[in-house]
Design a protein around this ligand. Structure first.
Ligand SMILES: *[C@@H]1O[C@H](CO)[C@@H](O)[C@H](O)[C@H]1NC(C)=O
Ligand SMILES: *[C@@H]1O[C@H](CO)[C@@H](O)[C@H](O)[C@H]1NC(C)=O
Ligand SMILES: *[C@@H]1O[C@H](CO)[C@@H](O)[C@H](O)[C@H]1NC(C)=O
Ligand SMILES: *[C@@H]1O[C@H](CO)[C@@H](O)[C@H](O)[C@H]1NC(C)=O
Length: 878
């Protein structure tokens, strides 16, 4: 069954989808990125030349970058030449293709550049130069320690592409001490006929967070099929651009890129067509694009203004994938960047359109919702994945609508970039076979021919084009009718199998054996314990692929039964979001209940605010962490199929990774709830964070998480425990004490002394207002997590603006803000609810250690057990 997609791929179902018969406004605005290094060299040329798009290409004869002192200059047969092609390219641009530099012995160009990542582009036009026959050129190209091309034949590549000339793009990081990028050309063999050549070389800087590093607020690429572990594109890796596609749009030339001269293509990919179905091509090239989540240089607007979708046949959509197939070389890892932007007016809310993403036939993201990840319509986002391609010569991207809970079950894809990742300092793959092209390239070839004719006819009229698409599609479908039947049968078999299956989801979540776990944790070594609680212990461990994980071993006697353990794994393995700790796997051998999570290096938020030796976190970083945690909770509440209520939001369940990104963890008590409907459950949670309304009537809603999060916000501001039995009665419970201070106008007196003078007054007011609104007595008066998230983002912005203004005046960074009080009159929120205050006082009196237990013991026995459990875990953690 696993081979089914492969079967489909090798049947010629391909249909090259293309639509470029529309006119786009010329982008005349200034580019959003200006490269520091920007060298374009017309190799072999005696003069500087302008290419057709107006770019200046500098001459190379004499070359100011030539580093090789021609050792064999005295041997004329080994020297290098500047040469003009005897036959000029008959299509496409003349610059830089019409001249070449010929290397008959190893030759190095050395480019002085600033440190950081660069694009290196090599241009080839394999033609006859003087006596040199293009088919004789086999050579290597190296950049520093990287082999870019090995025994490379530009001639075979051009033939395979069915083009006169072509360009290869690489990304290379120039290390700080070097300040030079050396490019070496070496003929493959040393006989007198062998030579290397190049027509043009470009070196262009790129932003440090574009493909290397991780853009702020974004997730590092996740390694598909390796438990979605983060895969860092580190500085000692080189990349080769294999595909850069503007899905459903026209090709975008180098000069219309965002400043880095990248070319966005409109062809070369295949969309799998089955069942007479034509992909839908939404586009709105006048839609304003808001770059609030990613940088505006990520891709040109046009990439985000056009897309391919499945269309509005829901019957079709729920039984098919949107499948895009891209040829690649096997034996490498690939970085796959998918660009998304919802720009259709219909799609504005979370769950309007959500879909699963498979890369290389493997689950990469079970639930993806562009609006949720980006924050709204017209806001672009991208997702990065790394995939290991070892047994095929193509990469497939499958998107499958989540028909159950999307308002419009469909998919969208705006752009794709695919990069080969260097392996042992090498990027070179084999040359295409001269005679027997692979079945795949055969198929592409055929389609390319079809495309050419169609385009030619279609140029004048969009309608004609559409008719032709229809005809071609119907032909393909009729021609392959038998295969289609096969497809349906197989599909039915597959869904039967799925509905029968009741085992744990092994494909997205790994099952470990007990011996794996014992090896990972040194047989549950006490030294490796990083957390203890009523549920059991958490160990740090290292699994076989070398990655560090957190292993949580539930006590066999834990109140979570085996059934709940399974439900929890099923639920958690579907959650993957930057602000949630992800589940890697589980172990259920010998009645064990063990969960394996991603390891989060910087530990808990609490440990960085108070009660440890760590330096207290600066205010802005605290705000960023609060925003991140709010996003994580919002995702649980609104971003997934069924609302998930965390039920144990606290500063020890907000973890910080090595980049200080907040990750909500510990879903041990989480419940799947239905939004807006209260779920009646046993009261569970942690003292001090517990929603009083829930504690009273056991009606659980997501607003209980909002309450707990409000307590977290006060904790972050005041740097103290949510419940401190040692304090005076009215100060014991932080939520109540903070509200009392707010009502008395003294909140500024109880904040973390470390933060004095560091919080901008307007930011302080807003923050206190948000925190206070979260802990309102009546859940109906509390905001949703979405509101909280947005208000906190605004708060962060206020602080940033204030800091920037201060820094302009005090560039040395020494400044402080005046102390400010938060008065009732400052609030633009409903008036204070005094009845609530009374019940608060009432609850407060109950909320000391023992009376709290007696209060809750009225509910039921198991409650008491649970609460005493939280009491124990509290006393261990506090
Ligand atoms: C590039 O060549 C220069 C000049 O020969 C040399 O000094 C430098 O070490 C080389 N840099 C790298 C990164 O290979
Ligand atoms: C280079 O490639 C050609 C054709 O792909 C092959 O015939 C030749 O043996 C290769 N040479 C080396 C040195 O690998
Ligand atoms: C929708 O798709 C189904 C299944 O692929 C097909 O049978 C049906 O004819 C399609 N409906 C329309 C209106 O195209
Ligand atoms: C979609 O693609 C994935 C990965 O190739 C595959 O596992 C799944 O069965 C496909 N779904 C449908 C409905 O074709």
């Amino acid at each position: 069954m696993k081979n089914l997609p492969v079967l489909l791929i090798i049947t010629p179902f391909y249909f090259l989808f293309f639509l470029n018969n529309y006119i786009t406004a010329v982008n005349s605005s200034t580019p959003s990125y200006i490269p520091v290094d920007n060298i374009a060299m017309d190799c072999g040329s005696l003069t500087d030349n302008d290419s057709e798009d107006g770019r200046k290409w500098i001459k190379d004869e004499p070359s100011k970058f030539a580093q090789t002192q021609d050792q064999q200059a005295n041997s004329p047969t080994k020297s290098n030449y500047a040469s003009t092609a005897i036959l000029q390219p008959n299509s496409g641009p003349k610059v830089p293709f019409s001249t070449a530099r010929i290397f008959r012995s190893p030759f190095t160009y050395s480019f002085p550049v600033t440190p950081g990542p660069k694009f290196v582009r090599l241009y080839f036009y394999p033609a006859q130069y003087q006596d040199f026959d293009a088919s004789k050129a086999y050579f290597h190209v190296k950049a520093g320690s990287f082999t870019l091309l090995k025994n490379f034949s530009a001639n075979l590549v051009a033939k395979n592409l069915n083009q006169d000339s072509f360009m290869r793009e690489f990304c290379i990081n120039v290390a700080e001490p070097d300040q030079r990028l050396n490019l070496t050309f070496v003929p493959s063999s040393s006989d007198n006929y062998s030579y290397a050549f190049v027509n043009g070389i470009e070196i262009v800087s790129m932003p440090t967070d574009l493909y290397y590093g991780v853009e702020k607020g974004m997730h590092p690429p996740s390694f598909v099929a390796q438990n979605n572990q983060p895969f860092e594109i580190s500085d000692n890796l080189a990349l080769e651009t294999i595909w850069r596609i503007n899905m459903g749009g026209r090709s975008i030339s180098a000069k219309d890129d965002t400043g880095m001269y990248r070319k966005w293509s409109d062809q070369g990919y295949s969309i799998l067509v089955t069942d007479n179905h034509i992909p839908f091509n939404p586009r709105n090239v006048t839609k304003p694009i808001k770059y609030s989540k990613i940088k505006s240089y990520t891709a040109p607007d046009e990439v985000y203004q056009t897309a391919l979708s499945m269309g509005n046949n829901m019957t079709y959509n729920s039984h098919h994938n949107f499948t895009c197939i891209l040829p690649v070389d096997r034996g490498f890892n690939y970085l796959v960047r998918l660009h998304f932007c919802e720009f259709e007016d219909l799609i504005t809310r979370v769950n309007d359109r959500s879909f699963g993403i498979y890369i290389g036939n493997q689950m990469a993201q079970p639930f993806f919702d562009v609006i949720d990840f980006s924050g709204g319509n017209g806001i672009p986002i991208y997702q990065d994945y790394v995939i290991d391609i070892h047994s095929k010569d193509n990469l497939s991207i499958d998107l499958h609508p989540n028909e159950k809970y999307s308002r419009y079950p469909d998919t969208i894809l705006n752009g794709v970039e695919v990069f080969k990742i260097s392996k042992n300092w090498n990027l070179a793959g084999p040359n295409p076979e001269p005679e027997h092209a692979t079945p795949f390239s055969n198929a592409t070839e055929k389609l390319k021919k079809k495309k050419k004719t169609t385009l030619f006819i279609g140029l004048g009229s969009a309608t004609a084009l559409l008719v032709i698409i229809l005809c071609v599609v119907s032909l393909v479908v009729l021609w392959r009718a038998k295969k289609k039947k096969f497809y349906y049968n197989s599909y039915k078999g597959k869904s039967n199998r799925l509905s029968k299956a009741s085992s744990l989801p092994e494909e997205i979540c790994r099952r470990f054996s007990l011996s794996d776990i014992k090896t990972a944790t040194n047989d549950f070594d006490d030294e490796l314990v990083i957390g203890r609680g009523g549920f059991g212990n958490v160990f740090r461990g290292v699994i076989d692929d070398g990655s560090t994980v957190a292993v949580k071993r539930l006590n066999p006697g834990s109140s979570q039964g085996a059934r709940e353990f399974v439900t929890e794994i099923e639920m958690l393995s579907q959650l993957r979001y930057v602000h949630l700790v992800s589940l890697i796997g589980y172990c259920d051998d010998n009645g064990e209940m063990i969960l394996v999570y991603e390891y989060v290096a910087n530990g808990t938020l609490r440990d960085h605010i108070y009660g440890s030796d760590n330096d207290p976190l600066p205010w802005r970083q605290r705000l960023e962490i609060c925003v991140g945690a709010a996003r994580g909770l919002h995702y649980l509440h609104a971003g997934v199929k069924n609302t998930i209520i965390h039920r144990d939001v606290k500063t020890t369940n907000i973890l910080l990774d090595d980049n200080w990104v907040a990750k909500v963890s510990d879903f041990g008590l989480s419940r799947i709830g239905v939004s807006d409907t209260a779920v009646n459950t046993l009261v569970k949670g942690t003292f001090g964070y517990l929603d009083p309304e829930y504690a009273r009537n056991q009606q659980l809603t997501e607003k209980s998480d909002v309450y707990s999060f409000g307590v977290v916000l006060f904790e972050v501001l005041c740097a103290r425990k949510p419940v401190d039995a040692k304090l005076d009665h009215d100060q014991r419970n932080l939520a109540y004490w903070a509200q009392k201070c707010i009502s008395e106008g003294t909140i500024q007196n109880i904040i973390d002394p470390f933060l004095m003078g560091k919080i901008a007054p307007e930011c302080f007011k807003k923050f206190v207002e948000v925190a206070q609104s979260c802990v309102r007595e009546q859940r109906i008066q509390r905001p949703t997590m979405h509101d909280v998230m947005e208000k906190l983002e605004f708060t962060l912005m206020l602080q940033e603006q204030a800091d920037n203004a201060k820094e302009e005046i005090n560039p040395d960074g020494v400044y402080s803000y005046p102390e400010v009080s938060f008065c009732e009159s400052d609030r633009n929120i409903p008036s204070y609810d005094t009845s609530g205050l009374q019940s608060r006082t009432h609850l407060n009196s109950l909320d000391s250690d023992t009376s709290g237990l007696s209060f809750l013991s009225m509910e039921s026995e198991s409650n008491t057990a649970n609460m005493s459990k939280s009491a124990t875990s509290r006393s261990t953690t506090l």
